[in-house]
Design a protein around this ligand. Structure first.
Ligand SMILES: Nc1ncnc2c1ncn2[C@@H]1O[C@H](COP(=O)(O)OP(=O)(O)O)[C@@H](O)[C@H]1O
Ligand SMILES: [Mg+2]
Length: 224
């Protein structure tokens, strides 16, 4: 479903280069949740953005649903992302001028589809926010915004979910609620998921866990 092979990535820093990823290998299958743990600055976002083709590795390859992404141009990549990948970010990235349901529908509009309001509402019901459909993001709590972001990530029926610290700014109770929701969503749809986080409690919903350290992934036992 999602495969990364020997990913290296560095950034220019002063006179030398900062090497963040040093040969990362990862394969994620349908119906599987992989959690990558690491402290701030360890390269989690860099890795996730490369897996999601938002950024390119210096060397190494990423396959999405069998497509070698290194052979695709930017517009082909944008289409592949829009169809195959649902993203959830730490700071939701909802558009403040759009209502909750409009935010949820946006990726399908970008895809050129006629907005399916019924399906948007269905997804809002799934995340328990049907009654907030015509509210604006500013009127929601942090946990509610993240749940809208989960609904938005599902509107195009992607086969892959990528989440970057989805509960990063939530308290423990809201985090657990969100984690359980994410678990249900992934397992009901048999998606492949990669979640990067610094929160150990995220391991409770994982099938496989890794620690990102010194630019490589080390498998660790998930706390179940
Ligand atoms: N676009 C960039 N340009 C230069 N350095 C970057 C860039 N993005 C990230 N970095 C650096 O790479 C390291 C890893 O960053 P990041 O992937 O954001 O880690 P994390 O998500 O685990 O906090 C950090 O030292 C950060 O400063
Ligand atoms: Mg990050």
């Amino acid at each position: 479903m999602l495969k990364a092979e020997n990913i290296w990535k560095s950034y220019p820093e002063d006179k030398r280069r900062l090497t963040v990823l040093r040969g990362v290998n990862l394969e994620v299958h349908a119906n599987e949740i992989v959690v990558v743990l690491g402290p701030s600055g360890s390269g989690k976002t860099t890795l996730l953005n490369i897996l999601g083709t938002l950024d390119k590795p210096d060397t190494g390859k990423v396959w999405i649903d069998g497509h070698d992404t290194s052979t695709l141009d930017d517009s082909e990549l944008a289409r592949l992302r829009n169809e195959k990948i649902g993203f959830v970010f730490q700071f939701h990235q909802l558009i403040p001028e759009l209502t909750v349901v409009e935010n949820v529908l946006l990726p399908s509009i970008i895809r050129g589809r006629k907005p399916n309001i019924d399906f948007g509402m269905e997804l809002l019901e799934l995340v328990g926010l049907q009654s907030k459909a015509s509210h604006y993001p500013a009127e929601l709590s942090g946990g509610e915004r993240q749940r809208v972001a989960v609904a938005r990530a599902l509107i195009n029926l992607p086969s892959i979910l990528l989440a970057d610290e989805p509960s990063g700014n939530l308290d423990e109770k809201s985090s657990d609620l969100l984690h359980n929701l994410i678990y249900r969503v992934i397992k009901d749809r048999k998606m492949a998921a990669v979640i990067v986080t610094h929160k150990n409690r995220m391991m409770k919903i994982a099938d496989r866990c890794y620690q990102l350290s010194k630019g490589v992934l080390n498998e660790v036992r998930c706390l179940r």
